[in-house]
Design a protein around this ligand. Sequence first.
Ligand SMILES: [Zn+2]
Ligand SMILES: [Zn+2]
Length: 371
Amino acid sequence: MMAEIGFFKLRYAQMKSMGKWDCKNSLETKGWVDWQEFMKVHFKGTRGSIPTAPTALETREKVVAALLAARGKDLRSEGQIREFVEKQLPFQHGATYGGNTPCVHVETDSDECLIFDGGSGLRPFGNEIKEQGLTNKTFHLFLSHLHYDHIQGIPFFFPAYQPGNKIIIHGGHDGVENALREQMKPPFFPISFDMFGAEISFKKHSPGDVVEVCGTRITLFEQDHPGTSYGYRIESGGTSIVYSTDAEHRNEALSHKYPYVDFIRGANLLIFDAPYTHSQSIGNREDWGHSSNVMGVELAARGEIETLALFHHDPSTSDEDMIKFLAHTKKFLERSKIMVKETRPGIPGSLAPRAHPYDVILAYDGLSLEF
Ligand SMILES: [Zn+2]
Ligand SMILES: [Zn+2]
């Protein structure tokens, strides 16, 4: 909730400075738009490949760094301490990017729930539903693919065990049901898929299909990844979000006609698989099925994306490393903007003017964005 409120203030400031958008409440009061125009994106798991958790030593180092940063400050009341932690303490000392594997909840004003991927982040999301006492709910779970880090949360999803709930699992692959049953068989797991109390069904879609659920229109895009993955574009009213993880964009991504650019074009938010630096992506990690931060900025620029959220973080990356990774990405974005400013349209060989993502962020477990 805190992240959501914090972010809302940030968005408001961003949009105001762009002169593009007024704040949600005033829009609503003035009757310019209705609630359908808005979606909230809740990141429940943002780490790739395998869940990670800070060790005792890493946690202790955060405490030491926080106490050092607090020296000499007037922090007598809890309110003063909280304000210091939230507003002054660097993110890597007061928080963590988190370690659950991919799961993103897209909240709309529908009673039904829209979820992308069932990584370990699905477990805390299910626990929130339990704590809220919500029953007889329908969940639409869209899977990018069946690699373990994207389905391992499903056996731990509390609502799946509750009779009265409905879970509709969407995907582009064949054999989704079989794969999910297999991961819950001995010797891998003690509880059988048949122990789920909810009504579970499966829907297979193909690129070109338009799926209408939760007041949104969802389209698929086939991506380059071992075994293929699918990206999803979610649209509601004038807002669009692209969930695109586990996708390798190679040299042809820089060609004039790259269909992915049309798929993401104009989205308010692009959730982009970028565990690597540029040199890693063309070096020893080529063909691993993932992309770089630099490729994310390039494609987001060409696709005229408003906010680029880097996602599927490398499990070996510490919070300190992530801060450096974000700084490098922002530097690349700023340099790229300067280069574009210096273009001379019409002169052969010069760069073409183009749009740029307004901002680049690193998604973290617990981050909520509102559009
Ligand atoms: Zn993955
Ligand atoms: Zn994968």
